[in-house]
Design a binder for this molecule. Sequence first.
Ligand SMILES: [Zn+2]
Ligand SMILES: [Zn+2]
Length: 166
Amino acid sequence: MYDIRKIGKKGIAVREELDLLLPPEFGAGERTLVSFVGKLTNVAVGSYILEGEARSTFATLCSRCLKPCENSVEFSIAENFVESGVAEPPDYCDIVFDDEVIRIMTAIHRNLLANIPYHFLCSENCAGLCQHCGVDLNHNTCDCNDMPTGVFAELLAEIKTGGVNQ
Ligand SMILES: [Zn+2]
Ligand SMILES: [Zn+2]
């Protein structure tokens, strides 16, 4: 929490470690630690801007092979905070506050969600799982690539079982 009476036109340094909860689609509600370094500046009456850099590290699953892996994401933040009833009417994206204190958690959280990718890979060249038999192609091989797929494969199967007149 930052007391706005201490925030001047030159700004004050902000350095925080936040423990945030990610929605389940990012890995079963894993907590993620976000470090933020930046500053809060009073830019107009009742109006403040939070600017800085954030870095987050979190556990997740590889989108291709489903192996647990750790990922990190870095992003810049620039958010406006406006004091309720004091500043100009806020824009839709401004964060409104009262009690003369600014809490940066909401700003960090929404920037994290906006910057976190939906797909992660354990490594750039992860081979993933075989779509047919499910083996992890990083560690195993299979013969599925030689098999026909799709409509052609279905027709072939029907022919073999005598379902299609030749
Ligand atoms: Zn992988
Ligand atoms: Zn296979």
